[in-house]
Design a protein around this ligand. Structure first.
Ligand SMILES: [Zn+2]
Length: 487
């Protein structure tokens, strides 16, 4: 079947796809599907039922609402998560489901149908790992959120949560932007936990960290520098909930612009541009430096919202900064961006005393990410030569944590090692701030772009084959974004 501009044909194809995807034979891999209802709502459906989510409430179509529980604090702390790994849909939680899905489907490049993987789905043939994220469920969506240092008014681990879109307004406000100038963002500044009184603001993103696990390791004394942050601040037990899909570039962009994918336009790490009929690959070492090319017009970063020098270290999102790693990459003019350039400059991770050598030697992705994070430390030290020359706002992205969580799952030795290494690198920076007398005048926000959940090796399966068998023509981008009528 070919879907043309005729909306009826598209609807028919979508209904056919929904029938296939919601068949009980796929329920072990399809947590739910979502698509616009056509009248301002979002249809969510799976083998057990369907509902339309609307701004003024939920309309149950049949069976059970697949996103009935939206508690952002579900499965916290770590003991609660470990007691029920890979919860089934009926027992799971989907915070801000309406808001997040509405944002996605407002984007020009949103799919016709989004298929949400179950937490336990293991899909190594299509690039899946033992630890995964991307889904709508709370564990894959929950990033940690720690606030520390000057101006932080609360202490301890609080029964509270935030959203990734709240990061940009919080950083901008701390760095001097009036709240009224941030009202156009989707997120809001975390005014309940902070007052803006610091001279310097630091945002740390540890990519792909499981929030419960990070807090538990810190409280157990295994992450002494995270513990140091907690001594002078607070953590939100419900963390920071990612936009959907809970993948890297969608959420780095949301964290630093304060808007969801419907407004910033970067809907996945790979997506399809129907207009030009090309696949757009965003989250790749060869393309990170091109981030601003995919950003929707008029969307501004936190760096553009403030006065004073700002810096973005190892972070694709960099418009408006005085210093940025990826500007250096662009200026070097290499066609594959950071891919070959980084290889030219990367330090040897085997000579890095901050890196866990067991995994540097046994895992090439761990070694590469350790090198990249190694030059991250060098850059942040260079950016803070003295208190008076330090940036007003600095953002520092750490890659290794995502690698560790993917490779072994969130509660594996390699994931824990990645957090210990990141903690040692953080310690170098904190010691330096103390040495130059800047620590007490700095507010630090530490977060991730999404969470991480362990897959089940025995839970395999694929929806593309039954969709093809049903005679549907489609593209499946990033394994879950279905564009009908294209191949
Ligand atoms: Zn990520």
């Amino acid at each position: 079947m070919t879907v043309t501009g005729d909306g009826t044909a598209l609807r028919r194809a979508r209904d056919r796809a929904a029938d296939v995807l919601c068949d009980p034979s796929l329920a072990h891999v399809v947590d739910l599907i979502a698509h616009p209802s056509g009248d301002g709502g979002i249809v969510v459906a799976n083998a057990d039922g369907a509902a339309v989510l609307r701004a003024d409430g939920t309309e149950l179509l049949h069976g059970r609402n697949p996103v009935a529980d939206q508690d952002p604090l579900a499965f916290t702390p770590l003991t609660a998560e470990l007691a029920d790994p890979s919860p089934a849909n009926a027992d799971n939680a989907y915070p801000y489901a309406f808001e997040r899905l509405t944002s996605l489907f407002a984007a020009a490049h949103a799919p016709d149908v989004a298929v949400v993987h179950t937490g336990k789905h293991h899909w190594p043939d299509q690039g899946g790992h033992l630890g995964e994220h991307g889904s709508l469920n709370v564990v894959q969506s929950r990033a940690p959120l720690i606030l520390s240092g000057a101006g932080v008014t609360e202490r301890g681990v609080l029964a509270a949560s935030a959203r990734v879109v709240d990061v940009a307004p919080t950083l901008s406000w701390l760095a001097g932007a009036p709240l009224s100038s941030l009202a156009d963002m989707d997120g809001t500044a975390l005014v309940d936990f902070l007052v803006p009184e610091s001279r310097h603001v630091v945002g740390l993103l540890w990519d792909g960290c499981n929030s419960n696990s990070l807090y538990a390791l810190a409280l157990a004394g295994e992450l002494p520098n995270i513990a140091r942050l907690l001594m002078n601040g607070c953590a939100l037990r419900g963390g920071s909930i990612a936009e959907f899909p809970s993948v890297t570039l969608v959420n780095h962009t949301s964290a630093l612009t304060g808007v969801g994918p419907g407004r910033h336009g970067i809907v996945n790490n790979a997506y399809f541009d129907r207009g030009s009929a090309v696949q757009v690959l965003t989250n790749n070492a060869a393309t990170w430096h091109r981030w601003s090319e995919w950003l929707a017009p008029g969307v501004r970063t936190a760096f553009e919202r403030i006065d004073g020098p700002s810096a973005s270290v190892n972070e694709p999102v960099d418009t408006g900064t005085a210093y940025s790693t990826f500007r250096l990459v662009r200026e070097a003019g290499k066609s594959d961006g950071a891919k070959s350039m980084m290889d030219d400059f990367l330090p040897d991770p085997k000579a890095d005393p901050l890196a866990t050598q067991e995994f540097v030697l046994s895992n090439k992705d761990y070694a590469w990410a350790s090198s990249v994070d190694g030059i991250g430390v060098q850059q942040v030290l260079d950016l803070w030569p003295s208190r008076s020359e330090a940036p007003r706002l600095m953002w520092w992205n750490t890659l290794l944590t995502d690698t560790g969580h993917h490779e072994g799952g969130p509660h594996s030795p390699i994931a824990h090692a990645s957090m210990r290494d990141a903690d040692r690198r953080l310690g170098v920076f904190l010691d330096h701030l103390e040495r130059i007398g800047a620590l007490e005048q700095t507010t630090i926000l530490l977060t991730s772009d999404h969470g991480s959940e362990g897959a089940d090796r025995s839970c395999t399966g694929d929806w593309d084959e039954p969709l093809r068998d049903a005679g549907l023509e489609f593209r499946d981008e990033a394994y879950g974004f279905i564009y009908l009528g294209h191949s």
